[in-house]
Design a protein around this ligand. Sequence first.
Ligand code: PMP
Length: 414
Amino acid sequence: MKENESVSESHIAQWRADFPILRTSTQSGKPLVYLDSAATSQKPQAVLDALTQFYASENANVHRGIYGLSELATDAYESSRRTIAEFIGSCYPDQLVLTHGATEAINMVAASYVATVCKPGDEILLTVMEHHANIVPWQMLAEEKELIIRYVPLDESGALDLEAYAKLLSDKTCMVAFTHVSNVLGTINPVKTMTEMAHAVGAKVLIDGAQACPQIAVDVSLIDCDFYVASAHKCYAPSGVGLLYGRPDLLEMMRPYQTGGSMIETVEFERSTFLPPPMRFEAGTPAIAETIAWAAAFRYLQSLDLDAVRLHKLNLQRLLHDRLQGFPKLKIHGHAEKKVPVVSFTHEVIHPHDLATILDSEGVAVRAGHHCAMPLHRYLDVPATTRASLSFYNDATDIDALVKGLEIAEELFA
Ligand code: PMP
């Protein structure tokens, strides 16, 4: 489909119909207008069905039982790992550690890889647009191991300043960790180029894909990064599951992150030996139904016309920017050329929390605050922003509702 083509109403209506929650009303009695998909996505019926189906007819613990039901659950769980691995691009299932979320995956790399290879004085390079999940684990490690953290700045548009990035990279850089897509600005970062540049100085690369996986096609082997992380709940699936993709040689040298059942080879009174990756990093009972439902979410996405989805989101993003630009007192933060439909803004008069409360009374769910990116807000010199984040299940009427809510807010504060 071409860029200036529009997506048929029936396509959009069908996508919306797949998400039961979009037919509900809010506490204020208004139909729900959900504009907070960057915080968590809504779940399609296919995912709800997968959860029910598992608990109704396949529930047993995995990797342990020798009885049929447990084998069924194990097969469903392991085949879900394969589906998830395919979804992030030609990645082998052994390279895919199932975690409890993107946050746990980043902590795992910090504690089990970087902590064991870095030396005092080494540098970790982050960007100013990172989520706290991709800042705080590195700060803890830096304190413990005497490492130095540096941050890549932004240009005027809210894109990363690649010249500054090039200057910050050096043979002291041991790890570069950056987000694929900003949860505040919506910017899509040039991850392949950034990875190449980091590899050229011998640094390893971790990419935080929490906001990218639900919005754009991801192929870890094309990007050629060392680690990639994401969370299921942002990808139309349940919470409690995430992924860590790792290069096999790096996963192989990593220490276990947590220990217990499921990750051991043998346990003696004195010592234990561990299974190879990915099981080495999956201690305890995993989120079985949630993982199976994540695979169902991927299959659901594959069943859609993905060109139409991509175009619809582009149209929504343009419409959202155009309509918000009709409010002279409102400032949008983030105009990068490549971005997803996530827009954060401030108002000259109305505080983000007041704005979100007024919008809520109109049924419009947006996020207000620092969106777990306090350093970015400090960098932008704003205490908080209001964020509208859209997905393919939104449509132009949702943007109309946001605009109407903003008009009401401005009248109230006039
Ligand atoms: N990184 C980014 C860019 C995010 O937006 C989020 C979630 N808001 C995370 C990491 C952390 O994800 P989770 O809370 O699912 O672990």
